[in-house]
Design a protein around this ligand. Structure first.
Ligand code: S3P
Length: 167
């Protein structure tokens, strides 16, 4: 059974996923990194050369291909919001939404915009608005996760205990 980490860009899916994989002795699977490896292009180049909808198809196919694995999966921030991705994840594993407010995401994303095509060209003074707007549209998807983890109020130990109760 996979454990899927979902949430907005910059919420820490990869960092937390790597830690969890070590602690739980599972394989860490980073969807963006796998897509980059098989396309032999960066995510930013896939977007600019082939467009977002092509990227979303790659994402959907990759997700479908790992349904019967036993991985800790770091998903791309938009993955739960396209096709049947969220239903697939909820049906085949445990989904965890890493819930952070837009201002915290802004602090984390300010210096990391370049590899993220959706915010790459947003001027600094408009970035908070863009994050809030996109986050609000995505929250209805993220909130369908089976566990909602609030890193500003909960420890990772509490999250791990919660996971153990469910698997
Ligand atoms: C995206 C998030 C990115 C990556 C792509 C699109 C999104 O992943 O999949 O740039 O739609 O939010 P991270 O959440 O790891 O930044």
């Amino acid at each position: 059974m996979n454990i899927y980490l979902i949430g907005f860009m910059g919420c820490g899916k990869t960092t937390l996923g790597k830690k969890m994989a070590k602690k739980m002795n599972k394989f860490f699977f980073d969807m963006d990194a796998e897509i980059e490896k098989s396309a032999q292009l960066s995510i930013a180049d896939i977007f600019s050369q082939y467009g977002e909808s092509y990227f979303r198809e790659l994402e959907n196919k990759l997700l479908a291909s790992i349904q019967s694995q036993n991985y800790i999966v770091s998903t791309g921030g938009g993955a739960p919001c396209f096709f049947n991705n969220l239903d697939m994840m909820n049906a085949s594993g445990l989904t965890i939404f890493i819930n952070l407010p837009a201002k915290t995401l802004l602090n984390r994303l300010e210096n990391e915009k370049d590899k993220r095509p959706l915010i790459q060209n947003i001027p600094p003074d408009k970035l908070l608005f863009e994050i809030e707007d996109r986050l609000n549209k995505r929250l209805p998807f993220y909130q369908k996760a089976q566990i909602i983890f609030n890193p500003l109020q909960q420890t990772e130990e509490v999250l791990l205990d919660e996971i153990k109760k469910r698997i």
